[in-house]
Design a protein around this ligand. Structure first.
Ligand SMILES: NC(=O)c1ccc[n+]([C@@H]2O[C@H](COP(=O)([O-])OP(=O)(O)OC[C@H]3O[C@@H](n4cnc5c(N)ncnc54)[C@H](O)[C@@H]3O)[C@@H](O)[C@H]2O)c1
Ligand SMILES: [Fe+2]
Length: 381
């Protein structure tokens, strides 16, 4: 099967191996004449990035790059990016990378023309309506990992460099005008990033599927997303250049992000404070805590997980699904405990409070409180 397609949902998506070749044309369609490519420090020197710049340059669009972007980007990275955008007289952003490069690129395009500080646009109620939406520059997104799904999302995650707390910054126009999903770009990911980002996509689908709110569209997308991860994440982990499997993982990542407007849950509520305090990889952290959260949620999700298991060809209902997650984790080399990622119990009080305040906590099928959240942390560390 050739995995090439054009989708118009949730934005214009050009999907297929090799389609990075359409980058310059996509910039022109989006109205850009001087794009700024935004990526993170790690990707900046890699051949895939040089090739993207070459494509822009050859088409007369210049080869401007901003890469002062940390993993889990913060407001200092954003301020420097906005400065580069203004100084270079740019009129659009190519957001290139994993979630870090994509989010910071989207935030530069959003914030370059605003007067209010970025924290005023946290994803709460309709705060986004304070923004001058005419001043938002167009965005082309090019994912190089298959995990966050930020390439089809309307938000960017920004870490406060003083408090270490991550905030979700939201504006509908942060949805990229055009997204190029080229699975060849993901082949060179280090194995731990392939696994971690893949498990993030899985966590998005799983938690969206379990969230109790009514959203049948997201529910269906989440279910198929889980099936794609089950069939393809072990393949890309074992055979990094399996382009078909890489393509399915890229789809699953986008599907997770579309699905999680239904809600996320305790996997993310636990993972966010751990990532903030210990700088662990987000997706890998999710993978470690996932089985404990499934056990915790069991009373509320047992029937639903049996339906998912049946759809995914797993026998044994909830128990079968739970065993599958344990086996997947082992097969991918995911640690069984957070202590193996350097997490200790000494900051558990802080993490419990952060987890309860995390915006994802409300989506968990079993209500989180101080006592059960502490017990969860103790179990996963
Ligand atoms: N916007 C959203 O909806 C959303 C959702 C979830 C997470 N996030 C954010 O996304 C970030 C995490 O993103 P991520 O998991 O994709 O990791 P990442 O973007 O931080 O990348 C991880 C590492 O992999 C490297 N890398 C990326 N692609 C590569 C490639 N093709 N080849 C070689 N190296 C490559 C990067 O240089 C980096 O060192 C976090 O900041 C998180 O908060 C955003
Ligand atoms: Fe996530």
């Amino acid at each position: 099967m050739s995995l090439t397609a054009n989708w118009s949902y949730p934005t214009s998506v050009r999907f297929g191996a090799g389609r990075i070749s359409e980058l310059a044309e996509a910039c022109k369609v989006a109205g850009m004449t001087r794009p700024l490519l935004v990526t993170d420090r790690g990707l900046a020197p890699l051949p895939i990035t040089t090739k993207a710049l070459d494509l822009l340059d050859t088409a007369g669009l210049g080869r401007a790059i901003f890469a002062e972007v940390d993993p889990n980007p913060n407001e200092k990275n954003l301020a420097a990016g906005i400065e580069a955008f203004k100084e270079g007289g740019h009129d659009g952003v190519v957001a290139f990378g994993g979630g870090s490069g994509l989010d910071l690129g989207k935030l530069v395009a959003f914030m370059a023309g605003q007067t209010l500080p970025v924290w005023e646009f946290e994803d709460i109620g309709d705060l986004w309506t304070r923004a001058d939406s005419a001043a938002i520059a167009p965005i082309i997104a090019v994912p190089t990992t298959a995990g966050t799904g930020s390439e089809v999302g309307r938000a960017g995650v920004l870490t406060n460099s003083e408090t270490h707390v991550k905030k979700i910054i939201f504006h509908p126009k942060m949805l990229p005008a055009i997204t190029i999903c080229d699975p060849e770009l993901t082949v060179g990911m280090p194995k731990a990033i392939t696994v971690g980002t893949g498990m993030d996509a899985f966590a998005h689908c799983l938690e969206a599927y379990c969230a109790p709110s009514y959203h049948p569209m997201s529910h269906g997308i989440a279910l198929e997303g889980m099936r794609l991860v089950r069939e393809n994440l072990p393949k890309v982990s074992a055979t990094p250049d399996d382009i078909e499997a890489r393509g399915h993982m890229m789809s699953a990542a986008a599907m997770g992000a579309v699905a999680f407007q239904k809600g996320l849950g305790a996997v993310h509520s636990l993972s966010h404070p751990v990532g903030a305090l210990y700088n662990t990889h987000h997706g890998m952290t999710n993978a470690v805590v996932m089985p404990a959260v499934l056990r915790f949620n069991r009373p509320a999700i047992e029937a639903r997980m049996a339906q998912a298991a049946a759809y995914m060809g797993i026998s044994g209902g909830f128990d079968g699904f739970y065993d599958f997650v344990l086996k997947l984790r082992a097969e991918l080399g995911v640690p069984e405990r957070l202590s193996e990622l350097g997490v200790a119990t000494d900051r558990i009080d802080e993490m419990v409070e952060m987890a309860l305040q995390d915006p994802t906590a409300g989506g968990n099928p079993v209500k989180l409180d101080r006592e059960n959240t502490r017990a969860l942390f103790e179990a996963v560390i």
